[in-house]
Design a protein around this ligand. Structure first.
Ligand SMILES: CC(C)(COP(=O)(O)OP(=O)(O)OC[C@H]1O[C@@H](n2cnc3c(N)ncnc32)[C@H](O)[C@@H]1OP(=O)(O)O)[C@@H](O)C(=O)NCCC(=O)NCCS
Length: 181
């Protein structure tokens, strides 16, 4: 499996911090998000400033080798209930569809369920985002309910720590090519 590294956005250089806005505003990412508005530089800088004091958000830059390629985050962390919303994207086009999504998700789920000690992770996905839904199902996420917005269908997908433990073993075999089913 690809090796990826996560670095807290607060610890990366200013250029990479700004790169996040460029990624988030890209068409292929924006149209997969629930909030699809273009983010201004001012909004982005305000968000960056607030991140330091907002314990409910953890935001990491994903690196492949030394290249920043995307982001993964926990949003709305509830430390008492041990539940959080989360999301991710690969912002550099040349890194898409090469298995990095799987590598990021695998590492992220370990981080969220072990290091961050979450019990449940949920994410909202637009139902036409086949790529993300296929990937999440592969990693054990289940559709919990469907909510209908005016123009979009949104699926809530959830995974528990317990389910991840089981799925992780299955995937480990699969990703290492031991299980050829
Ligand atoms: C979701 C995302 C991170 C996946 O990254 P990726 O680099 O494409 O992922 P991978 O190459 O590891 O592929 C993972 C799985 O996605 C699916 N997939 C990949 N390319 C696909 C395509 N063109 N069409 C449909 N499914 C596809 C496959 O199930 C694949 O698994 P497989 O290779 O075992 O068949 C990336 O597409 C992205 O940033 N999308 C925009 C943002 C987004 O949708 N984020 C999630 C919002 S909820």
């Amino acid at each position: 499996m690809h090796s990826v590294k996560f670095v807290d956005i607060l610890k990366v250089d200013p250029e990479t911090k700004q790169r996040v806005r460029y990624w988030r505003n890209k068409e292929h990412i924006r149209r997969c998000m629930i909030g699809q508005e273009i983010i201004s530089e001012e909004e982005h800088n305000k968000w960056l400033t607030n991140l330091g004091s907002d314990l409910r958000i953890k935001f990491w830059i994903v690196f492949s080798e030394d290249t920043p390629i995307g982001a993964v985050y926990l949003n709305d962390i509830d430390y008492e209930k041990k539940i959080s919303d989360w999301g991710f994207y690969i912002g550099e086009d040349t890194y898409l569809g090469k298995g990095l999504g799987k590598a990021v998700l695998y590492k992220f789920l370990d981080l969220a369920f072990s290091d961050m000690d979450m019990d449940y992770l949920t994410t909202l996905v637009l139902t036409d985002n086949d790529r993300a839904i296929g990937l999440y199902r592969k990693f054990g996420f289940k559709e919990k309910r469907l909510s209908i917005r005016s123009e979009d269908d949104i699926s809530v997908m959830e995974l528990s720590k317990k389910e991840w433990k089981v799925k992780r073993e299955e995937l480990e075999n699969l990703l290492r090519g031991k299980d050829k089913r």
